[in-house]
Design a protein around this ligand. Structure first.
Ligand SMILES: [Zn+2]
Length: 365
């Protein structure tokens, strides 16, 4: 499993200049190697090194030699990809790749040291709780990019994690995603969204006010609010998914919301659900967090999960009334979302047991 995380670097002016000059020098080294390879129709790194190294060192004496090599390797790779048909070009401030000798990243303290034309630059980046999951990952490569408009450097760190052995035990948890409750689990856990609701209605109110204004600054504010709201929901999804995957359960059953769209079986409430990207995001977060633990997400048919009785199986629209569920046949009563979550868990269990490939036996709910 490989993932890339991006950090904004906080740099004082002098060091930003040093990094910009490093990027320019790197591009010069790249161009010289590219030029030689193009003229000699060769993407051989050793030959290129022999032919260009001295000249490159002379023209950009402050560029650390490992970056000279990195630029040369990069040029040879581009030459190879184009079979030397075109001269590889590079913008002076294009993103540059660092190998692990010229950059060190400390994910615990959020410190990075980067080789530059003015020696090593040590800087910090904000490390969040979310990033702590990557502490055990191995950094494979890093790329430094520069946003000219914002005048900001970004560090993209690629990390590798050995794929976890799949957990053998199967313990299925059904999860119902919703508007009122962000998630309700078949083990009676409610991820209540009172705070989410408050925040969202606050934003909705603000949005309405700004929309009626219609001025340019109102529009700008609207976009800002939308971004903030999205960040808030993302944060909630991260926390919920983390708590869920760290439970004893090993398989997380969710409704397959994509199928409903295809089948055009969407009621008004489902459309609301579908339009809500937060649902999809929660699924993605659950997926990769579960995978990191050798656990899995399993999608089940979403039809009737809210109308079906989780005890006797009686499926009837009138069983559900808002947040309460009462079976017209056996009289079973439960919170409607919890009843749905139990149906999802059951669907997950029967779905898993139908899978042919050496799936372990399903033992418990
Ligand atoms: Zn029933």
């Amino acid at each position: 499993m490989i993932r890339t995380i991006t950090f904004k670097l906080q740099l004082p002016d002098g060091e930003a200049t040093a990094l910009l000059n490093t990027m320019r020098a790197y591009s010069t080294a790249f161009s010289m190697s590219a030029q030689w390879g193009f003229e000699n129709r060769s993407w051989n790194k050793v030959e290129n090194h022999k032919a260009t190294y001295k000249a490159v060192r002379e023209s950009v004496p402050d560029l650390p030699s490992s970056l000279v090599q990195s630029a040369r390797d990069c040029a040879c790779e581009v030459l190879k990809a184009a079979k030397c048909e075109t001269l590889p070009e590079r913008k002076p401030l294009a993103a540059m790749r660092y190998n692990q000798r010229v950059i060190t990243v400390n994910l615990i303290y959020g410190i990075v040291t980067i080789a530059s034309v003015q020696g090593r630059i040590k800087t910090t980046f904000p490390i969040s709780e979310y990033h702590r999951q990557y502490l055990s990952w191995k950094v494979t490569s890093s790329t430094l990019s520069y946003d000219r408009r914002k005048r900001v450097f970004y560090l993209h760190i690629s990390m590798e994690h050995p794929d976890m052995e799949p957990v053998q035990e199967v313990k299925v948890l059904g999860i119902d995603r919703g508007i009122v409750n962000v998630a309700v689990c078949s083990d009676n856990t409610f991820f209540n969204s009172k705070r989410v609701k408050n925040v969202r209605s606050k934003y909705a109110h603000l949005r309405k006010e700004l929309q009626s204004k219609g001025t340019r600054s109102a529009k700008r504010k609207l976009r800002k609010i939308a971004r903030r709201e999205k960040r808030f929901v993302t944060d909630v999804n991260h926390r919920i998914s983390k708590q869920i995957v760290n439970s004893d359960y090993t398989v997380f059953a969710l409704e397959d919301l994509s199928k409903i769209r295809v089948k055009k079986r969407r009621s008004k409430s489902f459309r609301r659900k579908l339009n809500n990207w937060a649902f999809y995001e929660l699924e993605q977060f659950l997926r990769y967090k579960a995978a990191a633990l050798g656990k899995q997400v399993f999608l089940v048919d979403a039809r009737y999960t809210s109308q079906k009785c989780s005890v006797c199986g009686h499926t009837y629209k009138g069983n559900r009334d808002g947040s309460s569920f009462r079976c017209r046949r056996c009289g079973f009563q439960l919170h409607a979302d919890l009843n749905a979550a139990r149906n999802i868990a059951q669907a997950g269990i029967s779905g898993l047991s139908r899978l042919p490939v050496n799936q372990p036996n399903v033992t418990c709910l």
